[in-house]
Structure formats: structure tokens, C-alpha cells
Design a protein around this ligand. Sequence first.
Ligand code: ADP
Ligand code: MG
Length: 276
Amino acid sequence: MMGQRASLMRADGVRVDIDGRTIVDGVRLSVAAGEMAGLIGPNGAGKTTLLRVLAGVQPAAHGDVRVGDAPLLALRARERARRLAYVPQDTTLDFDFTAHDVVLMGRHPHVGRFEPLRPADYEVARTMLAEAGATRLAGQLVTTLSGGERQLVHLAKALAHEPDVLLLDEPVAALDLRHQLQVLGLLRRQATRGLAVVAVLHDLEHAARFCDRLFLLDGGRLVAAGTPREVLTEKTLADVYGVRAVVDDDVATGALRVTALDVMSGPQADARPDRA
Ligand code: ADP
Ligand code: MG
């Protein structure tokens, strides 16, 4: 183990069955401190379900999930919230909280049950709103935010946990181009500072450019894991996404460029029984 960074999040043999159907099947993965991992795969591959298991909000039929050395489910809720923050895809809140209130909620795992928030907690909340590029939203009611604005606020809340592990489900899906780059850059920097980040991403070029490692899910199974160059091959895109694509180097970004040419017909594409 010498020279290897500690694995902060580890899953082994994770299986989820819903209504008699296996949605996630025998997934094993680990993410180290300082690493940003991308969870990719077609619609319905099981990405959200797997992420929910890693976050401890979805029970698994089988398998073991650990944060550091501790089994996830053995951690008390407060301890779990200090170690791990999860940003679901749908962050709708029905209460009349301001964005600032929501981000401050991220501090609660760090203060005693009957203790007031400290000035330092307000400072962290302010900093994280700024990091997410959402300072101007601080006083606005979250019920009035756009989907993208809400995503930024919930990202700031997750950062305010100051967790070891940050789990995000399509964190840039509702964002404009500028905010996409801003958020992905922010996640990258958080990882570089020592967090373990796991983000579900649809944009494969984003995944290639910002992630150290990719986990590719298909039909609930982990079908590839490795560096973006190992995972994002033309063969993989054909086999898993049913798309004929060219993968080459993007001179401008220094990362991979994925050009989808067309949808393949035949057994690799539409005829897959597990593809709804
Ligand atoms: P992804 O995030 O990769 O698009 P999901 O994890 O959301 O995939 O879903 C994987 C599969 O599991 C899909 O076919 C979805 O319809 C099914 N599924 C997820 N949650 C439920 C549920 N609560 N009830 C029934 N089917 C579900
Ligand atoms: Mg999903």
C-alpha cells in the first residue's frame, strides 16, 4: 500500500434490486483522497441508484460501502453528514428558505445539537456560496430560483459540510456553459485539495477533461474503469452507447475529444433488452 493514497470511498459487491429487477449488479469501486471520479453510462444504466447507495440513502440488497475504514451504515447520521455530502439531481425544496439559509444547513453536522452556529460557520457558508458563483443569490428564496441556480446553491451547501467525500448527480446538467466550467473547475480544485469527488456526468468530454478516473456503468454493471483514455474508446462508445464515434485529442483542452457521428443500428443499439 506504500505510496498509495488512502481510499476514502469504497464499494464492493453492491447490488440493488427493485421490484424483482436487478438495477445495480455487483459493483466494486474505490475513490481516493485527491481524486475526482466520473460515473458515466447511458440513461437507465443505474448511475443514480449506485450514487444513492454510496450516499447511504438507498439500501443495497448486497454489498459493502465504506467511508475511510468505517462501514457507511454504521456511522451515525451526523458523523455521516460530516464525512460525506450528496447532491441529488433534483434539489427542489418546498420551504421558504433563502439560499443563504440552505447553505448554512450544511454546517449543522459541525455544531452541537443545541448550540448556535458560530461566526466561522457563517464565514464558511459565505465562502462556499462565492466559490459556487452564487453570492448574488444569497438573499433569494430557493423556491424562486431557476433549476441551474438551485444546483449552484445545493453545491455550495454540500461544500459547506466540508466533507471528505462529495457525491454529485449530474451537477452541471442544468447549468449554462460558463457555470458548467466553473462548477467542474471547482470540483476539480476540491479534489486536488484532498476530497474524494464522485460525479455523475453525461458529457464525456467534460468527464475526460476533469476526471482522473471514470467508472462506466451499463445495465447496472461496471463495464469499464480506468483513466479517461482507457475507458473512452471508440469500441466502448459503440458497445455501450450504440454510437459510432471518433475519439482523438483536443488540441485546445489537451484532453480527449469525442465526436459522435451517428447512431448505430443493429444488435448493439436498439435491440438491447435492458435498454428501455
Ligand atoms: P441512471 O441514473 O443511470 O439513468 P437510474 O439509476 O436512475 O439510472 O435507474 C436505473 C434503472 O432502474 C432504470 O431502468 C430505472 O427505471 C430503474 N429504477 C430506478 N429506480 C426505480 C424505482 N424506484 N422503481 C422502479 N424502477 C426504478
Ligand atoms: Mg440518473
